[in-house]
Ligand binder design. Structure first.
Ligand SMILES: [Zn+2]
Ligand SMILES: [Zn+2]
Length: 321
């Protein structure tokens, strides 16, 4: 198997794409493919300042690397979730990446900002950990983007992630969710745009890039992820992919290009300002503030918080890189 570009021994074979490439040409191809995806969906404008959500995993660090190479002013935001040693190592690896490359990193520590990390938050909110965590990440990411003047936020979601979400939304059909899924969520007042430049790369393709680039990332998965439905969906799709190379990409792109346009576009849900924090919400008080209000009530009842403790929605990021 030889590289399609130079004829040297290939390092990566992309069966789904009928492509094999050597290390140098794979790194090249990967960066150019990202640029193509960004341009095709007008995710970012050249040189734009973009906030990159970085967990310390392979996808988000590779994304930060590629966006920086492509000339975007890519600033990282790491949210310290307080999930034991896993979260500590996530922060360390992210800081090391930023330091070595001289990149700007912002950090929000959930426990410092609001009093509790994900484990206590899950217990006191009555939500499962992943739901409390997901809500916190989405909110904080957007809040920091808006406060720091970023138009757009980029996340490292890859093809496997997106195909799994689509698969899940088809198994439990919800027209709204199906109509909304996509590589770009446009900005609205108080809401930064959300872009996913890696949405056409399989997890394996991103991992190959991360390894060939020599990026140090955190291998370990979040301990809460075990048993998540998304893992089951990924496994099922990967079994199909193994027999039918390219199936995942055809599934997602076919849906986005041919099915989604026929779905009832969800009318712009009217948004109002949260009475607590001022950020957009469909109700009177946003889900994030409601969650923390409940957590503070229960925290006081269990004497984990002093009676006078007050929840402040605003988190100020610390510059750490
Ligand atoms: Zn080559
Ligand atoms: Zn709020």
């Amino acid at each position: 198997m030889v590289c399609k570009v130079c004829g040297e021994k290939a390092q990566v074979e992309l069966r789904g794409r009928g492509l094999a490439l050597c290390k140098a040409h794979y790194l090249d191809w990967f960066v150019k493919e990202t640029e193509r995806a960004i341009r095709r969906h007008r995710m970012l404008t050249p040189g734009e300042r973009v906030l990159v959500a970085v967990s310390g995993g392979k996808d988000s660090l590779a994304l930060w690397d590629v966006l920086h190479r492509l000339g975007y002013q890519a600033v990282g935001l790491h949210i310290q979730l307080g999930i034991g040693a896993y979260s500590e190592r996530s922060l360390e690896v992210t800081q090391a990446f930023a330091r070595e490359r001289g990149l700007e990193l912002l950090v929000v520590d959930l426990r410092e900002a609001y009093g509790f990390g994900v484990p206590e938050l899950a217990e006191l909110s009555g939500r499962v950990a992943c739901s409390a965590c997901g809500l916190s990440k989405r909110y904080i990411l957007n809040q920091v983007a808006v406060e720091e003047g970023f138009r757009a936020v980029a996340t490292g979601h890859n093809l496997d992630d997106e195909a799994a979400v689509l698969f899940g939304n088809l198994l439990n059909p919800q027209e709204d969710a199906l109509a909304r899924q996509g590589p770009v969520l446009p900005e609205r007042p108080g809401l930064a745009a959300r872009v996913k430049p890696f949405y056409r790369f399989s997890e394996r393709e991103v991992l190959s890039y991360t390894l060939l680039r020599g990026i140090r990332y955190l291998h370990e998965e979040c301990p809460n992820a075990k048993g998540a439905k998304s893992l089951l969906y990924k496994e099922a799709l990967n079994r199909v992919e193994a027999e039918m190379p390219g199936a995942k990409l055809r599934f997602l792109e076919g849906f986005l290009e041919r099915i989604q346009p026929h779905l009832q576009a969800p009318g712009e849900v009217p948004l109002s300002q949260c009475q607590r924090c001022g950020y957009p919400t469909t109700g009177a008080v946003c889900a994030f503030c409601r969650m923390w209000d409940a957590v503070y009530r229960r925290g006081k009842k269990r004497r984990l918080l002093p009676e006078e403790a007050q929840f402040h929605p605003q988190a100020t990021p610390v510059r750490a890189g």
